[in-house]
Design a protein around this ligand. Structure first.
Ligand code: IFM
Length: 468
């Protein structure tokens, strides 16, 4: 290791040591089924929209798919042991709908249920709390083919049926339930554009119909989970951004308001206030879906927590993207990840403060935060990733700052446990705390993982001391 690298590492270790959380802070890592499980044709699973989408030439940057991914389906013991080695106290994963109900509805696939039971049993043995997400984008293909998936209002009933069965079967083991991951992303990028599955490309009209149906599905699912799992903690995960206008011209100020309305307020206002924002109803007036009078009331169910996925801030100017939202991103000078996302650690604090001030959820979690950067494989086999290490630690520092300022942040989940299938970007961007060699499936904890575990270990030893 070069002298330069040694001094960088020392600096990062000091940074890790300086991060102080309250003793009950949850520190975990997150993944999603299609991104890590592989075994797409095994255990009774049927195809999802992503199996189909990845088969279409040109959809995925490196032409790959999630057929094998991290082969996590066959490597549960090894992967849970790695989580333990990292000192995680929680693990956020998603359940693949088409492993539980291969036809989307109808007969239950016992092998699918057993897979998630085995995972949660292993987690418990390792002292790790499971946080399950019911929907992280892998809609059963059969349901997509019926009326274009989330464009069909009737899909709400199918989702609720799936949630009912899954929480009845797994609710004795899993107490933390998230209804959806990132409504904005899968509806706008998958239904509005053609960038993600199902690749519908129907513009704002389709994105908003899919969003509304998914929000309604969320609202109707909450009481069902509460009935099945009375001691559950229930929430939803949104991908939010603090938004600033690129200039003080009226055009940019308006564009920033519209963008913020599109990505943040549309979902937050519906979930917390039971109404869509009036300014956005005006912006969207020609592309609104059918909304029944009682829908918003049903959507606004009391929640135990809100999960926020935060990667960057958005500086917005007037433009032509997502018509009629009509915005463009301003990308200032600075450091960017492999995804082209600006590194700006304060965004984590800013979004927490924005949500806490405007919506006051009972509890907040950062359910995803992390960065894609390339790794350096050293001759001794270790993996150095100073950029990712700096990113994660400096964002954790902002999380600690938010807690000091009284924001009810209860946990942080790093995206992601291990390098995996990054959707339309394939395996090119690497976000993991653990490096995966996709030829051999060998896992190696990266420097960022070691530093993250320093923070987690510190917390665990304080907890032990307090309980002695
Ligand atoms: O990999 C994704 C994840 O599935 C959802 N949130 C953003 C991550 C990074 O792009």
């Amino acid at each position: 290791m070069s002298a330069n690298h040694t001094s960088k590492l020392q600096h990062l270790q000091q940074l890790a040591n300086s991060i102080k959380f309250p003793r009950n802070m949850v520190l975990g890592a997150a993944t999603a089924s299609y991104q890590i499980e592989g075994a797409v044709n095994e255990g009774g699973r049927s195809p999802s929209v992503w199996d189909h989408f990845t088969r279409i030439p040109g959809n995925i940057a490196d032409g790959t798919n999630g057929d094998i991914a991290c082969d996590h389906y066959h490597r549960l013991e090894e992967d849970v042991a790695l989580m333990k080695e990292l000192g995680l106290t929680a693990y956020r994963f998603s359940i693949c709908w088409s492993r539980i109900l291969p036809n989307g509805r109808g007969p239950i696939n016992e092998e699918g249920v057993a897979f998630y039971e085995r995972l949660t049993d292993l987690l418990f043995k390792a002292g790790i709390t499971p946080y399950a997400t019911l929907y992280h984008w892998d809609l059963p293909l059969t349901l997509q083919e019926e009326g274009n998936g989330w464009l069909r209002r009737g899909l709400v009933d199918d989702y609720i049926n799936y949630v009912d069965i899954t929480t009845q079967r797994l609710g004795s083991k899993i107490k933390h339930w998230t209804t959806f991951n990132e409504l904005f992303t899968f509806t706008w990028w998958g239904y509005g554009l053609k960038e993600d599955a199902p690749g519908f490309g129907g513009g704002a009209k389709a994105a908003l119909a899919a969003s509304h149906h998914a929000l309604l599905a969320h609202g109707r699912a909450v009481p069902i989970i509460r009935r099945n799992v009375p001691d559950a903690q229930i929430g939803i995960v949104l991908d939010l951004n603090p938004v600033t206008p690129a200039s003080d011209t009226i055009a940019d100020l308006e564009a920033a308001r519209r963008f913020e309305g599109c990505q943040n307020r549309w979902y937050l206002d519906a979930i917390f206030n039971g109404q869509y924002p009036a300014d956005m109803l005006e912006t969207y007036k020609t592309v609104l879906p059918y909304i029944e009078e009682t829908d918003l009331h049903e959507i606004a169910q009391p929640l135990d927590y809100l999960g926020i996925n935060i990667y960057r801030r958005s500086i917005i100017k007037d433009g032509t993207e997502f018509a009629p939202v009509n915005f463009e991103r301003h990308l200032p000078e600075g450091k960017y990840t492999q995804m082209g996302w600006e590194v700006h650690p304060e965004c984590l604090y800013d979004i927490l403060q924005y949500v806490n001030t405007n919506y006051a959820p009972k509890q907040l979690f950062i359910t995803e935060n992390g960065a894609a950067f390339s790794d350096t494989l050293e001759t001794d086999g270790s993996i150095q990733d100073c950029d990712r290490s700096t990113y994660v630690l400096s964002h954790l520092k902002q999380a600690a700052r938010a807690i000091e300022d009284g924001i009810p942040l209860k946990g942080y989940f790093c995206w992601t446990l291990m390098d995996n299938f990054e959707w339309a970007e394939g395996y090119l961007p690497r976000f993991g705390l653990i490096h995966v060699d996709f030829e051999t499936q060998e896992r190696t904890i990266k420097q960022s993982g070691r530093l993250y575990s320093m923070v987690a270990d510190q917390l665990q030893s304080e907890m032990r001391e307090a309980s002695e």
